[in-house]
Design a protein around this ligand. Structure first.
Ligand SMILES: [Zn+2]
Length: 143
């Protein structure tokens, strides 16, 4: 017969898994920021020696810097039907790696964003595991 894992061990494991994932997402956020800080557009936008006229068009209406990554997420491409559509993952990768539109720093940030997308699915699973354990705990504790 399979040995049951003690309840306490399952709780600690589930908490640790959940926390590890949250920390991983936090680390990825820092990595993305660090890559974007190296983007020449970001550097120019943050250059206080330039006049407002020189840097105004580097920002969108939400005051986000129009980095190459911003372009990949906000600019459109012509679809097979001739209309303008948002770039899909492949279009974005091409945009960020082409010589005339690309940027190694924005591309590095984009790759972390793709990884983060997968990692972000995990905390949901980890949270459900915690809730299952919480429901078991309710059964053995007085209300
Ligand atoms: Zn860039």
């Amino acid at each position: 017969m399979k040995q049951a894992i003690p309840f306490e061990t399952r709780v600690i494991t589930a908490l640790a898994n959940h926390e590890r994932l949250l920390q991983q997402v936090g680390q990825m956020k820092k990595q993305i920021g660090a890559h974007l800080a190296e983007c020449p557009v970001m550097k120019k936008a943050g250059d206080w020696t330039l006049s407002a006229e020189q840097t105004n068009d580097l920002y969108d209406e939400k005051m986000l810097v129009k980095t190459h990554l911003w372009e990949a997420f906000n600019e459109t491409v012509e679809s097979d039907y001739g209309n303008q559509v948002a770039m899909n993952r492949d279009d974005q990768e091409v945009h960020l790696t082409e010589e005339d539109t690309g940027c190694e720093h924005c591309y590095a940030a984009w790759r972390v964003i793709q990884e983060r997308r997968d990692v972000r699915q995990e905390p949901g699973r980890a949270r459900r595991a915690l809730r299952m354990l919480g429901k078991s705990a309710l059964k053995v504790t007085p209300p």
